[in-house]
Design a protein around this ligand. Structure first.
Ligand SMILES: NC(=O)c1ccc[n+]([C@@H]2O[C@H](COP(=O)([O-])OP(=O)(O)OC[C@H]3O[C@@H](n4cnc5c(N)ncnc54)[C@H](O)[C@@H]3O)[C@@H](O)[C@H]2O)c1
Length: 464
C-alpha cells in the first residue's frame, strides 16, 4: 500500500452498515484510505463488481459514491489481516444477531463475530490502534473487547514492538432506505470513549462534513446503551400506533386522522407514527430483546416485561393481519392464490431481514394458499431463503412483472410501501384477478375510494 494517505481506516464487515458508512467517510475525507474487509468473498466481489447495479446493498445515492471513491481511497477486499495490520483506526461493523441457542438464547446478542474480530485485531494490529465499536452492542461489551486486546500484549513479550489499543463506541443511527442521507446529514453522531486522543481522532473524521455541535461525546457505557434505547423508543412508537390501528378498525376512528391529530402535538411529534404490518429489519427486534435480556440480568424484571411487550405487539399485528385476510376470503385459503406486493422490510431497501412479509406469508402458506410475489428489489433466491421453500414446493412463485403476478389471484396484499405500487394500472390488475377481488393494504398507501370504484373489495389498515 502506498503512503499517500494521512491515516488508514480498516472496517471489518462490509454489510448494510460497513459499506455505506465507509463510503460516506471515504467520500468526505479524501486524505484517508478506507479499507472495508469481509470474510464473505461473494459480498466483496459484489462490492467490486463493474456492474454497479450488483452492489450488495441497495441504497439511494450509494452507487454514485462508490463510483466516485472505489479504488481511489475506498477499497473492498478479503485481506482482513493485512488491512488490520496497516490501520490506525479499526471500525468493527460485523453482525450481532440474537443468539439462537445456549445461555440467553432468543434474547441476548450473539457476540461471536465481535469476539473473532477482536481476536484478529489483537493478533495483527501494530503500534497504537483505535478500535471503534460501530456494531450495536450490549452495554459493557467494550470491557470484553478490551480484555481480548490486552491479552494480546502478553503474547510475545520479547517483541520489540509495543502494541497499544484504545476503544471508542460510535454506534450507527442510519436507517436503511435513507442511509446515505442519514450519514451525510445525521441528527447527531455519538462518540463514547475513555481518552481524549481517541475521541478527538474519531470526532475529527466526522467534523469534515458534520457540524461539531451535532457531535455528542459520552462515556463508553452511555454510548453503548443509548443505541439500544434509541431503537427501543423508535420501535415502541411503531407498536404503540399499530395497537391503536386495531382499535380504530373496531370503533370507526380512522388511524391516519388520529396520527394527524396526535402528531401535531409537538411533545409527541409527527415522525415514526406510521402504522403498518409491524417493524422489521435486522435491528429493532434484536436490540429490544437484548435490552430485555440486560434488564433481566440486572434483576429489573418489570422493566424487561415493559419492553418485551413492544416485540409481542409486533408479532400480534402480523398475526392479526393474516387472520383478517383469511376471514375475508371466506375463512379458507385452500386453493386460493394471493399476490404479495413487497417483500423488503420497508421501501427503498433490498433488505428482507425480519420483514413482516416473512411471518405474514408463512401464516398464509400454513392456511394452504399459493403465493405470488413481486418486489422491485428482492429476487426469488432471497424470498425462497426467507420462507424456507424451494421451486419444487410449487406454492411460492416470484415474478419480475407485477401484472403477471396477479393473474387469477383472489387478493393482493400490500406489505411494503414501495411508491411504484401507487402508480400501477389497478384497472388492468382488477381485470385479470378472480372475483371477488380483494386488496389488503397494510401500508395505507393506495387510494381506497379509487380502488372501490374499480370494483375491488378493500381493507385498509386502521379503517373500518
Ligand atoms: N442494518 C442497519 O440498519 C443497522 C443500523 C445501525 C446499526 N446496525 C448494527 O450494525 C452491525 C452490522 O449490521 P449490518 O446490517 O451491516 O450487518 P450485515 O450482516 O449486513 O454485515 C456484517 C458483515 O460482517 C461480516 N463479518 C462477520 N464477522 C467477520 C469477521 N470476523 N471478519 C470480517 N468480516 C466479518 C459478515 O460477513 C457480514 O458481511 C450490527 O451490530 C447492527 O445491529 C445495523
Amino acid at each position: 500500500m502506498m503512503n499517500k494517505f494521512e491515516k488508514k481506516i480498516c472496517c471489518i464487515g462490509a454489510g448494510y452498515v460497513g459499506g455505506p458508512t465507509m463510503s460516506v467517510i471515504a467520500s468526505n475525507c479524501p486524505e484517508l484510505r478506507v479499507d472495508v474487509v469481509d470474510i464473505n468473498k461473494e459480498r466483496i466481489d459484489a462490492w467490486n463488481s463493474d456492474d454497479y447495479s450488483k452492489l450488495p446493498v441497495f441504497e439511494p445515492g450509494l452507487e454514485n459514491i462508490v463510483r466516485k471513491c472505489r479504488d481511489t481511497n475506498l477499497f473492498f477486499s478479503n485481506k482482513v489481516e493485512e488491512c488490520i495490520s496497516q490501520a490506525d483506526i479499526i471500525f468493527i461493523s460485523v453482525n450481532t444477531p440474537t443468539k439462537t441457542n445456549g445461555l440467553g438464547a432468543g434474547f441476548a446478542s450473539d457476540l461471536k463475530w465481535i469476539e473473532s474480530s477482536a481476536r484478529q485485531i489483537a493478533k495483527y494490529a501494530r503500534n497504537h490502534t483505535v478500535v471503534v465499536e460501530k456494531s450495536t452492542l450490549p452495554v459493557k461489551t467494550a470491557e470484553t473487547i478490551k480484555t481480548i486486546l490486552n491479552s494480546s500484549l502478553d503474547i510475545d513479550p520479547s517483541s520489540e514492538e509495543k502494541k497499544t489499543f484504545s476503544i471508542v463506541s460510535n454506534p450507527e443511527f442510519l436507517a436503511e432506505g435513507t442511509a446515505i442521507n442519514d450519514l451525510q446529514n445525521p441528527d447527531r453522531v455519538l462518540i463514547g470513549g475513555e481518552d481524549d486522543y481517541s475521541i478527538n481522532l474519531i470526532s475529527d473524521i466526522y467534523k469534515k462534513w458534520i457540524d461539531p455541535e451535532k457531535i455528542i461525546t459520552t462515556n463508553l457505557w452511555s454510548s453503548e446503551l443509548s443505541k439500544l434505547v434509541s431503537n427501543a423508543f423508535l420501535a415502541q412508537r411503531i407498536s404503540s400506533i399499530n395497537s391503536i390501528s386495531a382499535l380504530c378498525e373496531a370503533t370507526g376512528a380512522n388511524i391516519m386522522e388520529v396520527v394527524g391529530a396526535i402528531g401535531t402535538d409537538t411533545r409527541i411529534g409527527k415522525k415514526f407514527l406510521m402504522p403498518g404490518p409491524g417493524f422489521g429489519g435486522s435491528c429493532f427486534k434484536k436490540d429490544i430483546l437484548n435490552l430485555v435480556y440486560l434488564c433481566r440480568y440486572y434483576g429489573l424484571n418489570e422493566v424487561a416485561d415493559y419492553w418485551e411487550q413492544v416485540v409481542k405487539i409486533n408479532y400480534w399485528q402480523q398475526k392479526r393481519i393474516s387472520a383478517l385476510v383469511i376471514k375475508n376470503l371466506f375463512g379458507t385459503l385452500s386453493n386460493k392464490k394471493l399476490t404479495i406486493y413487497g417483500f423488503a422490510f420497508k421501501a427503498n431497501t433490498n433488505d428482507t431481514r425480519e420483514s413482516p412479509s416473512i411471518n405474514i406469508s408463512k401464516y398464509l402458506l400454513q392456511e394452504g394458499s399459493k403465493l405470488n410475489f413481486y418486489d422491485p428489489k428482492v429476487n426469488q433466491k432471497q424470498i425462497f431463503n426467507e420462507l424456507d421453500v424451494n421451486e419444487e414446493d410449487g406454492n411460492v412463485l416470484v415474478y419480475e412483472d407485477p401484472y403477471k403476478a396477479v393473474e387469477g389471484a383472489d387478493a393482493v396484499l400490500i406489505l411494503t410501501e414501495w411508491n411504484e405500487f401507487k402508480f400501477f394500472n389497478w384497472e388492468a390488475i382488477y381485470k385479470v384477478m378472480r372475483k371477488p377481488s380483494w386488496i389488503f393494504d397494510s401500508r395505507i398507501s393506495l387510494d381506497q375510494n379509487h380502488l372501490k370504484k374499480i370494483g375491488f373489495k378493500v381493507w385498509t389498515l386502521g379503517t373500518e
